[in-house]
Design a binder for this molecule. Structure first.
Ligand code: UN1
Length: 514
């Protein structure tokens, strides 16, 4: 498949029309706003126009969501799980088509597009099992004849604001859990990847229709930040789950906290791999290269810094330079290529300005990078992954640039020095250490070790499985999504005390005789 040929077939498979409605409650479409244009970074073509939701469209969507919640919350959780199971089956059936659309609209390699859909399938499977395990604790009451326990109830409406880099998986991490928890969802996808959202909405709509369920269980509102604002300001939205930049997250956090709503934030990362003298160099190179150039460096978990011990620094540097020479950059639908385009020309500008800045601050480009032009690169979004030798305190090294730029940093002496360098940034998403030394690994994982939400040993910083809770500390926002007990965020906890005697004793032994 070259330059997106065959994409018509993909769109047909996913029932996505070229001129799409942008706000929908599954069965019905409402959209009267400005068109959002979706350009493929693969070849620069306009692939669709999707209408934004106006305030009035949003209101219609919310009415459907409010009404759907009343039905959905009454359905037993394992039955809701069965709906999610059916959605997972749809995803299995359309995996290739959706993977291709993700690759074409967003620019990640087809393999990574398939991986993203697999992540959706995995979270659906996880949620199905979880639908029978939404348990709280029981406690022993201090009063005779009393019983205490806690239970989890649905929150209501969950608002999901997602980013372009994982245009489908991050939505499903939220929806699969929210749905089994009894919530209904309103999704504002990135305005850079609206077609992927329409495709997902079509698939879940089929499932809802086949089961005679209310359309408002899954709602879609396309548009820019103004549509996002409708969600963050809306007191009917109990939880706002937002993925994107720290700048965006701070705005969302303030708005939602201002109305005492809940937010779940997945924001920027500045992820490092520490390479100690006890590292397996071959494994290190695979982990670091995939981490730095996978998804063209546009994952929030992408490896941005490599902190290498001075005794092996030159060796690692040379191995990386050699590995980067093997990288093939081009159409992500061609499976011979490792690296596809950046999302748009704005992203290319941030990439070039990062390279300029690192040099200005005294860095040294050991793999130069550069913007590609000519046949196959007409979209202007293809760049060469770059490596810069730098210092940890450089402003640009402290900053998250969403592009394939890897900073090579040196540490001396003890592993604690590397851990301190790693932690000395504002972000706290993912981290890794490459070592076969148990003491070093345990130090890295200890409470004086990595301060990130994710800390790995002998694997890279990206590519987390859905089974663990996903998220990070500090400017990454503190949220946790997907596996483990992240489901609790989508529910409200209620403590119940039941007295089955004919007396009414007070707690703490207080006497109150009438
Ligand atoms: C993101 O970049 O927003 O761990 C999510 C990973 C993927 C998810 C990344 N499973 O790299």
């Amino acid at each position: 498949m070259n330059s997106g040929s065959g994409i018509d077939k993909v769109l047909k498979d996913l029932q996505v029309r070229m001129m799409n409605e942008g706000a929908s409650t599954g069965v019905q479409n409402f959209s009267n706003g400005e068109p959002v244009e979706s350009f493929s970074p693969v070849n620069g073509t306009l692939i669709a126009k999707v209408k934004s939701a106006t305030k009035a469209d949003y209101e219609k969507v919310m009415e459907a969501a409010v009404s759907a919640f009343k039905t959905w919350r009454l359905m037993p959780a394992p039955q809701r799980g069965d709906i999610v199971r059916q959605f997972g089956e749809k995803l299995r059936k359309h995996k290739n088509a959706l993977g291709k659309l993700v690759s074409f609209e967003m620019g990640k390699s087809y393999q990574e597009g398939l991986g993203e859909v697999q992540e959706m399938i995995d979270i659906c499977d996880f949620a199905v099992g979880l639908s029978r395990q939404l348990h709280g604790l029981t406690m022993h009451s201090e009063r005779p004849g009393h019983r205490m326990y806690e239970q989890y109830h649905p929150l209501g409406i969950v608002g999901i604001i997602s980013a372009f880099n994982f245009p489908v998986a991050v939505w499903s991490w939220n929806t699969a859990l929210a749905w089994i928890c009894g919530d209904v969802c309103v999704w504002k996808p990135s305005e850079k990847t609206p077609l992927c959202a329409v495709a997902c909405q079509n698939l879940i709509t089929e499932v809802l229709k086949e089961n005679n369920l209310p359309e408002g269980i899954s709602c879609l509102v396309n548009g820019d930040y103004k549509v996002g604002e409708l969600i963050t300001k809306d007191t009917r939205v109990s939880l706002v789950s937002a993925t994107g930049s720290t700048r965006m997250g701070k705005i969302v956090a303030k708005e939602v906290a201002g109305r005492l709503g809940k937010s779940l934030l997945e924001l920027g990362g500045n992820n490092a791999i520490i390479v100690t003298p006890n590292a397996d160099i071959k494994m290190t190179i695979i982990g670091a290269v995939f981490g730095a150039v996978g998804t063209a460096g546009q994952r929030c978990t992408s490896t941005r810094r490599l902190i290498v011990h001075n005794s092996i620094y030159e060796k690692v540097k040379q191995a990386l330079i050699d590995a980067y020479k093997q990288l093939r950059i081009g159409n992500p639908l061609d499976q011979n290529n490792h690296v596809g385009p950046l999302i748009d020309v704005e992203a290319v500008k941030s990439y070039t300005s990062a390279l300029e800045q690192v040099v200005k601050e005294g860095g040294n480009l050991v793999v130069e990078g550069g913007v590609l032009s000519g046949v196959g690169y007409e979209s202007g979004c293809y760049v060469k992954p770059a490596i810069a030798e730098a210092e940890p305190h450089f402003k640009i090294v402290q900053h998250e640039t969403f592009a394939p730029v890897l900073y090579l940093l040196k540490y001396n002496g003890d592993v604690q020095n590397a851990i301190d360098i790693q932690n000395n940034v504002a972000q706290g998403l993912s981290s890794a250490i490459m070592t076969s030394n148990l003491r070093e690994a345990e130090r890295f994982l200890s409470h004086a070790g990595s301060d990130c939400g994710i800390a790995n040993v002998n694997i890279g910083t990206s590519g987390a499985e859905i089974g663990g809770a996903f998220g990070g500390e500090k400017e990454t926002g503190g949220g946790r999504e997907s596996g483990s007990d992240a489901w609790k965020v989508y529910m409200r906890r209620q403590t119940n005390t039941i007295n089955y005697t004919t007396e009414l004793p007070l707690a703490q032994g207080i006497k109150f005789d009438l």
